[in-house]
Design a protein around this ligand. Structure first.
Ligand code: CAA
Length: 273
């Protein structure tokens, strides 16, 4: 199958890698060659890990499956996956530029699929396909139908998800779906506990890791997801529901304004290196 992935950030490059690992021909597209090269470096680093484990024989063979181009229509694909910033204006621009009648899936983590379907040519062929970070490791794909998504499109995406070795779960088009509705409420509460000095950042994370068996504590996980992404998702949830339980905490806002976005910038709730 030929797949176009638009957005070469953490999620887009990881999604491109998942398809390439499963022998699909991937076009990875983003606005600049610098961003595409960074995406390639992330994919290479991840493939190196798989090679060390003996899961793949050659990094180059998988990389060869991925071509890169700033033109999102450079390859005629059977599936297009949008994985750009979590901003409606950016998504609208990208979705409306896809010149194909193939299925288009969005990796949005919080924006309504029905709303985004206004920007594509065939709303019945538009669906949410929500991967988790890091995409090559995490086995869930949250499948979200919009108001117009057809049964055929849903069936196809469920099948593709299974063929990638992932577990698809169908959820309805509610703010944050299941994953971020539950996750953001937890991350927000942890950030407020930190603001109120209930415990140190390490203390809060250790409680959740050792007491709840979470692989990462909530503050460490926020840094891992990217504080700008967490902030954007909370804003969508807060605007769409009007509920205080998703109101982005000031500490989070200030870290984002200061450019301290977590692991990717070297500082967030923690300092890296
Ligand atoms: N590519 C390939 N392999 C990778 C990898 C990558 N990108 N990242 C980690 N690995 C491998 C490691 O090599 C290691 O393999 P072995 O066990 O065989 O040695 C294994 O995965 C575990 O990695 P590490 O030992 O480096 O570190 P870890 O044990 O802390 O695991 C982790 C890393 C898998 C990320 C784990 O910490 C984890 O599961 N964290 C929580 C992740 C999570 O919750 N993700 C969802 C975020 S929310 C989201 O994405 C959706 C949204 O809308 C916001």
């Amino acid at each position: 199958m030929r797949v176009t992935v638009i957005g070469a950030g953490t999620m887009g490059s990881g999604i491109a890698e998942v398809f390439a690992l499963n022998n699909h021909e991937v076009l990875l597209s983003d606005v600049s060659n610098d961003i595409l090269n960074n995406g390639r470096k992330k994919i290479e680093a991840s493939l190196e890990k798989f090679k060390e484990k003996g899961r793949i024989k050659s990094v180059e063979d998988v990389l060869e499956k991925i071509s890169m181009n700033t033109d999102i229509n450079a390859q005629e694909s059977d599936l297009y996956i949008e994985a750009v910033l979590e901003r409606i204006d950016v998504k609208r621009d990208v979705l409306s530029r896809i010149r194909s009648d193939a299925i288009i899936a969005t990796n949005t983590s919080s924006i309504s699929i029905t709303y985004l379907s206004k920007f594509v040519r065939n709303p019945e062929k538009f669906i949410g396909m929500h991967f988790f970070n890091p995409p090559p490791i995490m086995s869930l794909i949250e499948i979200v139908r919009g108001n117009s998504t057809s049964d055929e499109t849903t069936k196809k995406i469920v099948e593709i998800s299974r063929s990638l070795g992932k577990t698809p779960v169908e959820v309805n088009d509610f703010p944050g779906f299941v994953s971020n509705r539950v996750l953001m409420a937890m991350l927000r509460e942890a950030i407020i506990a930190y603001e109120e000095n209930v415990a140190s950042a390490e203390g809060i994370d250790t409680v959740m890791k050792l007491g709840m068996n979470h692989p990462m504590g909530p503050l460490e996980l926020s840094d891992f997801i990217g504080l700008d992404v967490v902030y954007d998702i909370m804003n969508v949830l807060y605007n769409d529901t009007g509920s205080e339980r998703f109101k982005p905490p000031i500490t989070l806002r200030n870290l984002v304004y200061a450019g301290k976005l977590g692991r990717k910038t070297g500082e967030g709730f923690y300092k890296y290196k």
